[in-house]
Design a protein around this ligand. Structure first.
Ligand SMILES: [Zn+2]
Length: 183
């Protein structure tokens, strides 16, 4: 396998760290469900990938970063869900490091446009600059998507729907394909 063409899929949290938790729904489970669909999509498309976790297990941020750097991955793609104390807040956002590389800017722009196509009815909160460890310490282009707000009951329902999880995965696969074609 050509390791330089590998995509790292990073389902956020896991194990003791559930991430955001609302209405008996844990973020780490939703992140993993979307990642499983993405895994399937990438396999179908013949794109090599590696998951930072395959099940509900503890994987530290350092381990995630180290895996990506050791594999010399082409792209780091992290999947999360958002939360806010005001439960009406909604939307999908894309995060890149404040001093993002050209590659990170490219992938974030592609994901942004694909989200508009795949989810025209969801609020699109756009690309934000965030100082997240996995974005900062990975040595390759890196992006983190917050796939809607678990704290919003309506959006929690959206996130739990397998068809939406699958569509999210398809949107990410398409974004990754476009990105790989353009570099
Ligand atoms: Zn998270």
């Amino acid at each position: 396998m050509d390791k330089s063409s590998m995509i790292i899929i990073d389902p956020g949290h896991g194990g003791l760290d559930n991430g955001a938790s609302y209405g008996y729904t844990d973020e780490d489970d939703i992140n993993l469900a979307i990642a499983y669909y993405l895994e399937y999509e990438l396999k179908e498309a013949g794109i090599s990938y590696c998951m930072t976790r395959e099940k509900d297990e503890d994987v530290s941020l350092d381990q995630r970063v180290t895996l990506a750097n050791v594999k010399d991955a082409k792209l780091f793609f992290s999947i999360h869900c958002d939360a806010f104390h005001k439960k009406t807040v909604q939307g999908i956002s894309i995060h890149i490091y404040p001093a993002a590389s050209i590659g990170s800017l490219q992938i974030s722009g592609i994901v942004h446009r694909q989200l508009l196509t795949y989810f025209p009815l969801q609020r699109n909160r756009g690309v934000k600059r965030s100082d997240f460890k996995v974005l900062c310490e990975t040595r390759m282009p890196a992006v983190l998507v917050e796939c809607e707000f678990l704290s919003n009951p309506k959006m929690r329902k959206f996130l739990k729907e397998p068809e939406n999880q699958r569509r999210m995965a398809r949107c990410f696969k398409r974004s990754i394909q476009i990105y790989l074609r353009n570099i």
